[in-house]
Design a protein around this ligand. Structure first.
Ligand SMILES: Nc1ncnc2c1ncn2[C@@H]1O[C@H](COP(=O)(O)OP(=O)(O)OP(=O)(O)O)[C@@H](O)[C@H]1O
Length: 397
C-alpha cells in the first residue's frame, strides 16, 4: 500500500487557487491504514466493536459520529496511544499492534493544538525534530520550508498567544507535518475556531492534504466538515461502523436510520416491507406505514415482511396548494396532506416544518427562499406534500 509522493519545483501557495505541489520531497511515501476486526474494551465498556476498515493511501478519511461512538478511540489505536483489545491494525503493510507511537510513522494533531506557550512558533515546530536528533542545518531547512507552506514564515518568532486561533491551528499542523509522517491524524482540528474561520481553515486543510498527497484521518462530529473534507466518510454508532462511503454516497444513499438522521435533514418513515420487485437498478420497495398507507421507495435489497424504514431528503419533497395537486392515481403515490406548522427563513434557504394530517409526524421541507416566497403559502395552511419514489431511500435498519 505504499506509493511515492510529491517532488516538484513549483512554489507552494496557501492562499492561491490551484494546488501547487510541495517544493521538496516530504513525505517521500504515504501509506494506507487497515483495521481487521478491531475491538477496544475499557473494563466492561466496549468502546469499539469488531471494526474492519481499509483507508486507501493518500485519502482524506473522516470518522464521523456522535459523542461517545468510538471515533477517538479508533484513531488513538491507529496512532498507538491506546492498546488494542482484539484484532490487528496495519499501517501500510506493517502490523503495528505492538509498536510504540514513535515507530508508526504517524503524527497526531490534537484538538487544543497542545502548543508550548513559552516557545516561539519556530521552536514549537522544531521541537519534534530536536527530539529525533536531526542536525541543526536540516532542522532549519525543514522548519523554514514547512512554515512557508502553511503561510506562517513571518510569524516564526511569535509566541502562540500572539497568534489567532487559525494561525495556532496552522502551527500545530506544521508541527505535525515537519516530522514527515506517513499518516496524519487530526482530532477535531477545527472545533476551537469560529464559524467563518472554520470554513476557511477546512479549505486550507484539504488543500494541504492534496499538496502532500498524504493519508489524513480526522475525527469529527460535524457532518458539514466531513462532507467538505473527505474522500471517504466512516459513520460510527455505538462503537461500530454503520456506513462507509464518499460524501455523495452518504448524503444521497444513507443505509440506516441512524445515518439518515445523523448526516442530513432526512424525513424518515417507519413501516413494514409489503412488496419488493427487483429491476435493473435494484429493488422497488413498497412499505406499509401505519396510519399513513403505502409508500414507494428504492433500495439495494429488501425482504418482504421485514420491519424497516425509508427516508426522503428535505430538499427532495414537494409542497403545493391542495388545489394545484395532481390527483391522478399515479400522482397519489407518496403524496400526503400536511399542515404547515413553522416557517424559518435562514437566508438562501427557508426551512418549513409540516405536520402530516394522518399521523401528526413532522416533516421538514427545505426550499430556496426566493422559490418559497413565490409559492405564497402560509403557516396553518393544509397542503399536498409529495416526493418521488426514486428520491425515497430504503433503510434496512
Ligand atoms: N479511558 C477510558 N475508560 C473508560 N471508558 C472510556 C475511556 N475512553 C473512552 N471511553 C468510553 O468509550 C466510548 C467511546 O469513547 P470515544 O472517546 O472513542 O468516543 P468519541 O466518539 O470520540 O466521542 P467524542 O466525540 O465525545 O470525543 C465512550 O463510551 C467513552 O465513555
Amino acid at each position: 500500500m505504499t506509493h511515492s509522493s510529491v517532488s516538484a519545483s513549483a512554489s507552494p501557495t496557501v492562499d492561491g487557487g490551484g494546488v501547487a505541489p510541495i517544493p521538496y520531497d516530504i513525505p517521500s511515501t504515504t501509506v494506507g491504514v487497515s483495521l481487521r476486526s478491531v475491538t477496544k474494551k475499557y473494563g466492561p465498556v466496549t468502546a469499539v466493536e469488531n471494526i474492519t476498515l481499509d483507508i486507501p493511501p493518500g485519502s482524506y478519511c473522516c470518522l464521523l459520529g456522535p459523542s461517545g461512538c468510538g471515533k477517538t478511540t479508533t484513531m488513538r489505536m491507529i496512532a498507538g496511544h491506546e492498546d488494542i483489545t482484539q484484532g490487528d491494525v496495519y499501517i501500510g503493510d506493517l502490523r503495528v499492534n505492538d509498536l510504540p507511537p514513535a515507530q508508526r510513522s504517524t503524527a497526531m494533531m490534537f484538538q487544543n493544538y497542545a502548543l508550548f506557550p513559552h516557545k516561539t512558533v519556530w521552536q514549537n515546530v522544531e521541537f519534534g525534530l530536536r527530539m529525533r536528533d536531526i542536525p541543526k542545518p536540516e532542522r532549519d531547512q525543514r522548519v523554514g520550508e514547512i512554515l512557508e507552506i502553511v503561510g506562517l514564515s513571518q510569524f516564526a518568532s511569535r509566541k502562540p498567544a500572539q497568534l489567532s486561533g487559525g494561525q495556532q491551528q496552522r502551527v500545530a499542523l506544521a508541527r505535525s507535518l515537519v516530522t514527515r509522517p506517513q499518516v496524519l491524524m487530526l482530532d477535531e482540528p477545527l472545533s476551537a475556531l469560529d464559524e467563518n474561520l472554520r470554513v476557511k481553515t477546512r479549505g486550507e486543510l484539504r488543500r494541504l492534504q492534496k499538496q502532500f498527497g498524504m493519508t489524513f484521518i480526522q475525527v469529527t462530529h460535524n457532518q458539514d466538515e466531513a462532507y467538505s473534507l473527505s474522500d471517504m466518510i466512516v459513520v460510527m454508532d455505538h462503537g461500530r461502523i454503520d456506513q462507509v462511503g464518499t460524501p455523495q454516497e452518504i448524503f444521497v444513499k444513507p443505509i440506516s436510520q441512524f445515518v439518515a438522521k445523523f448526516t442530513g435533514d432526512n424525513n424518515i418513515f417507519k413501516g413494514t416491507v409489503c412488496r419488493a420487485d427487483q429491476d435493473a437498478e435494484g429493488y422497488r420497495v413498497q412499505m406499509e406505514v401505519p396510519k399513513l398507507g403505502t409508500l414507494l421507495c428504492r433500495g439495494d435489497y429488501a425482504q418482504v415482511g421485514a420491519e424497516a424504514a425509508c427516508s426522503v431528503r428535505a430538499d427532495r419533497v414537494k409542497v403545493e396548494p391542495l388545489s394545484a395537486a395532481d390527483t391522478s392515481p399515479r400522482a397519489l403515490v407518496n403524496q400526503v396532506t400536511a399542515r404547515i406548522v413553522a416557517i424559518e427563513f435562514t437566508g438562501y434557504v427557508t426551512r418549513v416544518t409540516l405536520a402530516l394530517e394522518k399521523t401528526g409526524q413532522e416533516v421538514l421541507y427545505k426550499v430556496r427562499s426566493t422559490d418559497w416566497v413565490s409559492q405564497a403559502l402560509q403557516e396553518g395552511q393544509v397542503v399536498a406534500l409529495s416526493w418521488l419514489a426514486d428520491d425515497c431511500v430504503f433503510l434496512s435498519h
